[in-house]
Design a protein around this ligand. Sequence first.
Ligand SMILES: NC(=O)c1ccc[n+]([C@@H]2O[C@H](COP(=O)([O-])OP(=O)(O)OC[C@H]3O[C@@H](n4cnc5c(N)ncnc54)[C@H](OP(=O)(O)O)[C@@H]3O)[C@@H](O)[C@H]2O)c1
Length: 166
Amino acid sequence: MIRAIVHADLEWGIGKGNDMMFSLPKDMQFFRETTMGHTIVMGGNTLRSFPGQKPLKNRVNIVLSRGQVRDDCIIVRSYEELKNELKTRLNEEIYVIGGGEVYKELLPYCDEALVTKVEAVGGAEVFFPNLDASEEFVCVDEGEALEDNGYTIRFTRYENKAKRLL
Ligand SMILES: NC(=O)c1ccc[n+]([C@@H]2O[C@H](COP(=O)([O-])OP(=O)(O)OC[C@H]3O[C@@H](n4cnc5c(N)ncnc54)[C@H](OP(=O)(O)O)[C@@H]3O)[C@@H](O)[C@H]2O)c1
């Protein structure tokens, strides 16, 4: 199973200045619990946005990067290499964790997208595809409104009705 996991604002914005736009402890806890022990896939910018530019603990970190050289995560150099790596892991739970470039490329291959909707506008520079305007993705779960650090958030789940094989 391949899932995208993301939080997005009312404009489907997901980041600016190579950082998140909101600090959301409840969403962070959901992200941690959901991805823990599993395989996560990200682009080089997202890895650089983490504290100390370090991979996330207790997860297999796969990073798409042309330039980075490091031995604390699995680096792949192209989408072709990334897809081949993922093909060897189809029995694992795989989470695509960002950012904008990687979501866009991998969404067609995702079974589901776990989207935390934030009722705010953060002035994003990087966006997630608008799944409400998508022909392929259908919202199948919409949680109740929750308060998270002064923001109203909602956990939602979209299913991909036209999933492509890697
Ligand atoms: N709201 C959320 O849930 C969420 C989640 C994750 C990230 N974000 C935000 O998203 C933003 C980052 O997204 P982004 O779109 O700028 O970057 P990104 O998707 O994280 O990474 C882009 C990087 O991937 C590598 N790459 C892209 N295409 C490649 C290819 N064909 N071959 C090899 N490597 C390739 C390059 O890395 P190198 O430069 O290393 O070569 C490129 O700079 C940040 O603001 C971050 O905070 C938000």
